[in-house]
Ligand binder design. Sequence first.
Ligand code: SAM
Length: 263
Amino acid sequence: MRHQPHIPRKRFGQNFLQKQDIIDDILHVIGPQPDDLMVEIGPGLGALTTPLARALKQLHVIELDRDIVKTLHEKHDNGNVVIHEGDALKFNFASLGARLRIVGNLPYNISTPLLFYLTEYIAHVRDIHVMLQKEVVERMVAAPDTSAYGRLSVALQYRFEMEKVLDVGPDAFYPQPKVDSAVVRMLPRVKREPAATDEALFARIVTTAFSQRRKTLRNTLRNILELADFEVLNIDAGARAETLSVSDFVQIANWVTEQQKTF
Ligand code: SAM
């Protein structure tokens, strides 16, 4: 039976990898080993799936597009690929086991919520290698005092060691995206130093501080910190959020918790 060619769907963020040297480079940075417990988000037409399945005893994949899932079944039934049809944003990653290796060329339209969703499963994660818009990867790995540094940098750097491992141009895909892409490696931090005693509060403070990034901390955090608090914390109230390190934010959150301030 001849298949109709799949027409890429924009709403599912479908940009399929087609350049073999880039596919090889991605496989190289992932470095699959036969016994790895690996899950691929958005296998699509299988550019990464097929070589990964060859290298592994078993591979889990999560795909939302029903037509693609049908093709995946035709291609991989009786093989070592376990197909999960559904939304990666609702998938229970803990159900697969511990020491998970998560990989994927992510649908860019949901990449940020997906990164936050994956942090909920961090206890089950060994590592993550994902392709995203380069601009997002740059925000993830950004250092303080740079324009790319923000909520995403702080929230993710608190939990992961991150490194940009590959740059990928638009011509590696069909259809070509309008933006450059990059692959990022994320390793859960073994020990968070210092740790936030209330992580939800930490997240709220980071979001609030960056909500108006051109304003001073005195302004953005006025509902939780008085000038005296800034002094105790040794943080300049006249500075902006982008000057604070991850541990500065943790320190603020822990101080607010300690003082039993409500926020
Ligand atoms: N891995 C393939 C490749 O590299 O050629 C396809 C990558 S394409 C950028 C993203 C894939 O994720 C598509 O197959 C798309 O259908 C799928 N997808 C989109 N939204 C999804 C979601 N919420 N959950 C799971 N898969 C999704």
